[in-house]
Design a protein around this ligand. Structure first.
Ligand code: TRP
Length: 455
């Protein structure tokens, strides 16, 4: 049964929304993915391109997702259908839901690693943390049950519904994570040899920028802010009209970017202090670096435990948002109940994640023998297709949809509710230019360049 807008759940408070949306945005993307993607793409120069993507593409685009969601009070498919039903545009909503399932499948695997490291994250002095992590992730008997436990917790939270489930958790725990990161940064930058890492991370070498770096930065920016697959359409749909979407969205982007930058400050000084090469870590990077930092800290085993607990919770709030998009689609658009949707989607996604769980040493075939578009192994292929290309494509299509089909006039009207006089004149028309021209043209150029192999 389709829910009407009158009985749709809403966020309990403004701060509740900001923290829940920040909870969606802040997750493994900031702490696990950002450092290794930065490492693989040349350090400081990547960071500059990443920040440019956030400011020029993601922020304007974020407002479009929020406006569309709140206006329609629907999931991505329903939101698009509410404006253009029975047209191929509805397929864009379908792409969002599919992308959500696919990202969730491998994200849950990494979340399982974080969960496991609560107990295993503290290595004895002298143990090679890279080899240690390698044997941990390649053990199917460990990583699969951990991913399963994580999915069950996610299912339980999403089952609890918007306000009770998601909001209550996000409120308390994100600030604690921030404080703990500052403590770890303090240790990392005071390690002998840390300076070289700061240099790599903060001093851009612009000769390293090429098409791959730009695509990686754009993909990372979308991934980190939970954009390009309708998560913010869905979260926006639970917002009341009095809410100022520009201010709240701006805070979310600010917090998310700050946490990513801090994660880099945690990892790079330590990585160089350990004498390791930045490119060598890949998705294993933080799991190799952090244990060695904790080892040098007083109360290290305790700090390690608390850190991985908080990282798991950050991952949980992100997983919840991914699952929520897919579940809200089934609840709004089919006859399925919330509980049935949550169980079926969660179960299916877990199964879909199994090959990713085995693609980090568990199965040689899945780890090494398949490659596509320069990504090797099932896990990296999934991340490249869904976590990079598909988010950019989704954002391209949704920005064209909001900018040209729904129309910036309508979107501006929606944004003015709650923002009032602050969103008029030059400010609003500049935003419209960004959404209609800058976002689609830049994204299409980058994607096109990759497809045709010119950049
Ligand atoms: N942004 C989250 C992170 O950084 C991951 C995430 C949650 C996500 N929801 C999303 C990514 C929607 C893309 C789309 O960990």
């Amino acid at each position: 049964m389709a829910t009407t807008s009158a009985d749709r759940e809403q966020w309990g408070s403004r701060l509740g929304f900001i923290l829940a949306a920040a909870g969606s945005a802040i997750g493994l993307g900031n702490i696990w993915r950002f450092p290794y993607v930065t490492a693989e793409n040349g350090g400081g120069a990547f960071v500059v391109v990443y920040l440019a993507c956030i400011a020029l593409i993601c922020l304007p685009y974020l407002f479009a997702e929020l406006a569309l969601g709140r206006n329609s009070q629907k999931n991505p498919v329903g939101a698009i259908a509410a404006i253009k039903s029975g047209t191929p545009w509805v397929l864009v909503g379908g792409l969002c839901v599919l992308t959500g399932v696919c990202i969730l499948s491998y994200y849950g695997v990494v979340a399982g690693w974080a969960l496991g490291y609560i107990f295993k994250g503290f290595v004895a002095p002298g143990v090679d943390s890279a080899a240690y992590f390698g044997s941990f992730v390649s053990d199917a008997g460990t990583v699969i049950p951990l991913a399963a436990v994580f999915m069950v917790i996610t299912i339980l939270v999403v089952y609890g519904g918007v306000e009770e489930g998601i909001e209550r958790w996000a409120k308390v725990l994100m600030p604690v994570l921030l404080v703990l990161m500052l403590v770890v940064i303090f240790r990392a930058v005071t390690l002998p040899g840390a300076g070289e890492g700061l240099e790599f991370y903060l001093n851009p070498d612009f000769s390293k920028i090429d098409g791959t770096v730009i695509l990686a930065a754009l993909g990372q920016a979308f991934f980190s802010l939970s954009l390009g697959m309708g998560a913010m359409i869905t979260y926006g749909s639970y917002l009341p009209k009095r809410e100022n979407l520009l201010v709240s969205g701006g805070y979310v982007a600010l917090f998310d970017t700050a946490i990513a930058l801090l994660a880099g400050l945690m990892i790079f000084p330590a990585l160089f202090a350990m004498g390791k090469q930045p490119e060598s870590g890949g998705p294993a990077l933080i799991f190799q670096v952090l244990p060695e930092v904790f080892e040098t800290m007083p109360l290290g085993s305790f700090i390690s435990m608390v850190f991985f607990i908080l990282l798991s919770i950050a991952a949980l709030t992100s997983m919840v948002s991914l699952l929520e998009v897919v579940v809200s689609y089934f609840v709004d658009e089919t006859t399925w109940s919330r509980s049935k949707s949550v169980l079926l989607v969660g179960g299916f996604t877990f199964l879909l994640g199994l090959p990713s769980a085995l693609a980090n040493g568990g199965s040689t075939f899945l780890t090494e023998q398949i490659s596509l578009f320069g990504a090797t192994g099932f896990f990296s292929i999934m991340d490249f297709i869904w976590g990079n290309i598909s988010l950019a494509l989704g954002a391209l299509l949704i920005s064209v949809f909001v900018g040209w089909v729904w129309g910036t006039g309508q979107a501006i009207e929606e944004l003015q509710q709650g923002a009032g006089d602050t969103f008029t004149g030059a400010f609003a028309s500049t935003w419209a230019v960004f959404l209609k021209y800058v976002c689609p043209v830049v994204i299409a150029t980058i994607l096109g360049g990759i497809v045709f192999g010119v950049i």
